[in-house]
Design a protein around this ligand. Structure first.
Ligand SMILES: [Zn+2]
Length: 121
């Protein structure tokens, strides 16, 4: 009887400790994500997106989801841009060489933040 009581107390202490540890980790993750967000903003401001760092994927017609626009990404800072309409602005290349094409899913892995940002501090 007494043993059971101690066992339950130990169990609830353990659960309480784990709960506290989990909340601590949640806070650390939140702080790291904010730190990451601010660093991405700084990196995107500093990066000049050199031609060699650019990759592009082609326009893609998808029967079920409609269409995907052509897209470019800077592999250094993760800035990405869709190439609809008048083409690329931030990731425009002045090189005579074409931007190397890569599969769409591979390009997605280099993207960071929103298409137009994250430019807001
Ligand atoms: Zn860049």
């Amino acid at each position: 009887m007494n043993l059971n009581h101690q066992s339950n107390q130990h169990l609830s202490t353990t659960i309480h400790d784990m709960r506290n540890e989990l909340e601590g980790l949640d806070n650390e993750i939140k702080e790291l994500k904010e730190k990451q967000r601010l660093l991405i903003i700084r990196l995107k401001k500093e990066c000049y997106h050199p031609h060699d760092s650019l990759r592009e994927c082609a326009y893609e017609k998808n029967f079920f989801v409609s269409t995907f626009p052509p897209m470019r990404v800077c592999m250094i800072c993760g800035t990405w841009e869709e190439g609809w309409g008048c083409g690329y602005k931030a990731l425009k290349s002045n090189s005579e060489n074409s931007v190397p094409m890569i599969p769409r899913d591979e390009l997605y892995r280099f993207r960071r933040g929103d298409q137009k940002g994250p430019d807001v501090d």
